[in-house]
Design a protein around this ligand. Structure first.
Ligand code: 3EB
Length: 337
């Protein structure tokens, strides 16, 4: 019997072509540089390029690899790769006066692709939202415009429940337009984890926007065991804490992640085990203000330890008072097998 394909991601330089280790194949890549672009690369795999790097911060490529040779394709403007067990889908939405209707149709197209290709279990999404704190042509914040369209796509495809909402990141870019990547599984079971310190995002009250955000705080993909940690901010309950104090916000973010990946949160989701901050890998740290980088970096290094590959990007977070957001993952036993 052939073994189930196993996923592994790593950070690589932006220059040069990604070189997977022997026996692995590139599934898809995300280039955190200066361009906004989505295409199949000459080597076959999809690459989404998002304008998120800047001088003094990192520029890098996130490379998703698998042990089985993938197939690649495009449909409805979406670009995808799949290996029989995992599906990588990416899409872009050009700048426009109002985003929600196009976000809805684009995300619905992605959800239909997920179903039709036979990978119905979405376990991770990244949403890159240009001018995230700006206003659309109707005066609604662009993040809330995006959130409304995404909520409609989830409702149209999955009904009103929250069971299909995976771990996600919703983050600003240094450009305009919206783009996304999703990862889905054929036979895996996503187990969504919430944080006892935070109101589930899908239950945020209406003060933040017409629809609440559609995501879980973390998702464990069983049986691979990898734990995907959503973008995490300095939010307790549903409120931003420590406005204007980036050091205190960074500490709350790290405490939120420690709580989320620890034994009690996992047990509440019916999962065994527990992790600590030093287990986090492939961390991305989104810093609102350039001047805050040294403080944020020092606190992350202290809390995460020296082994964590950590990339820092200077972008806006989805609330004007949030100064830092952090995401990452804890590899399961099948990672890098
Ligand atoms: C928060 O906790 C911070 O809309 O997909 C984090 C992760 C945030 C994902 C999203 C938003 C999203 O509300 C913002």
């Amino acid at each position: 019997m052939t073994r189930r394909p196993s996923l592994q991601a790593y950070f690589a330089p932006l220059t040069g072509t990604p070189q997977p280790v022997l026996g692995r194949h590139v599934l898809g890549t995300i280039a955190f540089g200066e361009k906004f672009h989505l295409a199949l690369e000459p080597q076959g795999h999809p690459e989404l390029a998002v304008p998120m790097s800047s001088p003094g911060f990192d520029a890098f490529r996130e490379v998703w690899t698998t042990t089985t040779e993938p197939a690649f394709g495009t449909r409805d403007g979406l670009v995808f790769a799949h290996d029989g067990e995992h599906l990588f889908v990416s899409g872009t939405i050009a700048p426009r006066p109002v985003y929600a209707p196009t976000v809805r149709t684009t995300y619905e197209a992605a959800f239909s692709l997920v179903t039709e290709l036979g990978y119905p279990h979405i376990f991770r999404m990244w949403n890159f939202v240009g001018d995230i704190l700006g206003s659309n042509a109707e005066g609604l914040e662009i993040y809330q415009d995006f959130v409304a369209g995404r909520a409609e796509a989830f409702a149209a495809h999955h009904g009103d429940g929250t069971a299909h909402m995976p771990a996600a990141t919703g983050i600003g870019t240094r450009g305009e337009g919206i783009s996304f990547v999703l990862l889905a599984s054929r036979t895996g079971h996503p187990r969504h984890v919430e944080n006892q310190r935070q109101t589930p995002a899908y239950h945020y009250p209406e003060q933040y926007g017409p629809k609440p955000p559609s995501f879980a705080r973390a998702t464990v993909l069983e049986p691979s065991g990898t734990l995907y940690v959503s973008g995490t901010a300095s939010i307790l309950g549903h409120e931003t804490v420590h406005q204007g104090d980036v050091a205190a916000q960074t500490d709350v973010v790290l405490e939120n992640i420690a709580e989320l990946i620890g034994g009690p949160s996992l047990a509440a989701a019916g999962l065994d085990g527990g992790h600590e901050l030093k287990d986090l890998r492939l961390a991305k740290v989104y810093v609102r203000h350039e001047r805050d980088l040294p403080v944020v970096r020092a606190r992350c290094r202290e809390a995460l330890g020296p082994d964590v590959e950590t990339m820092y990007l200077n972008v806006a977070v989805c609330r004007d008072d949030l100064l830092v957001e952090i995401e990452g993952l804890v590899p399961g036993p099948e990672w890098a097998r």
